[in-house]
Structure formats: structure tokens, C-alpha cells
Design a protein around this ligand. Structure first.
Ligand code: TYD
Length: 207
């Protein structure tokens, strides 16, 4: 990594892919390894006005296919604000930014909700491209089982048919965005192996 530039790494995957756990483990590893001085752990949707509006919509309506356009606009506004107020200022201070979800979530989730792929991609054309996007790939069966073990209720996008579609959308990303650094990680493996693969990929971009 150069001296005057941070590094922007995003974690993506289905609800239940284990990305939250892996993100926390990654932050701890990076910090203890002394590979970097400053780490920012952040997420989308954020806790801003837009993010709060999104979360409200997600709990008030459990049908995966509804409110696609409103959600698309909110996720975009939330992201623009997040980039300007949080992500870019941190990168300027030579920080490694680890972000739980980013534009790939919109590309995959809102596409699964029926918004055309080209439209979503073009709406992101001028937004910062991450140095690395890690896609934690799991089968819908594994994702649903992990969600069931963690909490009592399923959320809006946690229906099997929807997760199936999402997974295919995530797996297609590398082909659709050939110039971006997208890595698919097999997150159905034991956690130590998933983490080892994440560390390998991150070490390569930090060099
Ligand atoms: P969140 O509550 O952070 O869920 P998780 O802990 O699983 O990341 O995110 C809310 C939901 O919003 C999640 O199901 C994914 C979805 N989402 C989109 O549909 N589009 C987006 O652009 C983003 C960022 C999230």
C-alpha cells in the first residue's frame, strides 16, 4: 500500500453468509498484525436519516419484491452521503476502510427486485470503486439455517427464492464488472478456512 492512500475493502454476500463475523475478525487481525495503523469499520445501510428510513421500510414490509424503486433511491442517497462524509475523508487519512455492503448489494438485491442491471450500474458510474470486493458465497440453505440459529424472525429479503436469485446475481458480478477487483470466497467452508482466504486476498491489496 502506498504511503498516502488508504484502502477501501467491501464485504458482500447474502444475509447469513457470515460477513459480519468475518468483518470483525478481519479488523482485529489487521490491527494486531501492525500491517496498518488506522482501520474504519463501517456499514450500509448507515445510521443516517436515509439509513434509518430504509430500516423502517424493511421491518414494516416483509414481501421481498415490493418498494423496489423507493429502496433503490434511498440506498443511493445513503451511499452518496456515506462516501462524502465518511469513506472518502477516512481514505484521505490513510485509513483502511472495511465496509459491510456497498454498491454490489444494490446491484444484486435491487436487480432481484426487478430493477434492470444496466440502470443500477449506470447510477453508480461516478462512485468510488473499491480496491477489493469480497463476495462471501453460500447456498441459500446454509444462509437460511444460519439466520434461523441467530434470531427468531426472517427479514424482508430472507425468502428462499429470493436468496437463490441473489446468489446468482452475486456470482455474475465478476463478468459484469470485469475491471473491478471482485473475489468470490467459498463461505460454506469451515470459518478458519474462510478467514484464511479473506486474509490472503486482503494481503495482496495491501502490498
Ligand atoms: P442490514 O440490516 O445491514 O442487513 P445485514 O446485517 O444482513 O447486512 O441490511 C439490510 C438489508 O438491506 C439487507 O437485507 C440487504 C439489503 N440491501 C439492499 O437491498 N440494497 C443495498 O444497497 C444494501 C446496502 C442493502
Amino acid at each position: 500500500m502506498s504511503d498516502n492512500k488508504g484502502c477501501f475493502i467491501v464485504f458482500e454476500g447474502l444475509d447469513g453468509s457470515g460477513k459480519g463475523t468475518m468483518l470483525a475478525k478481519t479488523a482485529e487481525w489487521l490491527f494486531n498484525s501492525h500491517l496498518v495503523d488506522k482501520i474504519l469499520l463501517t456499514r450500509e445501510p448507515t445510521n443516517s436519516t436515509y439509513g434509518k428510513q430504509i430500516r423502517k421500510m424493511l421491518v414494516s414490509d416483509k414481501e421481498p419484491m415490493t418498494k423496489a424503486k423507493q429502496l433503490l433511491n434511498l440506498y443511493l442517497e445513503d451511499r452518496k452521503e456515506h462516501l462524502e462524509k465518511v469513506i472518502k475523508p477516512a481514505l484521505q487519512l490513510n485509513t483502511v476502510v472495511l465496509c459491510d455492503r456497498y454498491k454490489y448489494s444494490t446491484i444484486c438485491y435491487q436487480q432481484a427486485q426487478g430493477i434492470p442491471l444496466d440502470k443500477i450500474i449506470s447510477l453508480h458510474e461516478r462512485m468510488l470503486v473499491p480496491d477489493l470486493a469480497l463476495i462471501l458465497d453460500v447456498s441459500p440453505e446454509i444462509a437460511l439455517e444460519r439466520i434461523r440459529q441467530n434470531r427468531a424472525k426472517y427479514e424482508k429479503f430472507e425468502k428462499r427464492f429470493f436468496l437463490e436469485e441473489l446468489r446468482q446475481n452475486y456470482l455474475a458480478l465478476k463478468k459484469q464488472l470485469p475491471n473491478e477487483n471482485i473475489k468470490i470466497i467459498n463461505a460454506g467452508l469451515p470459518p478458519e478456512e474462510v478467514f484464511a482466504s479473506i486474509k490472503r486476498n486482503i494481503s495482496m491489496v495491501l502490498k
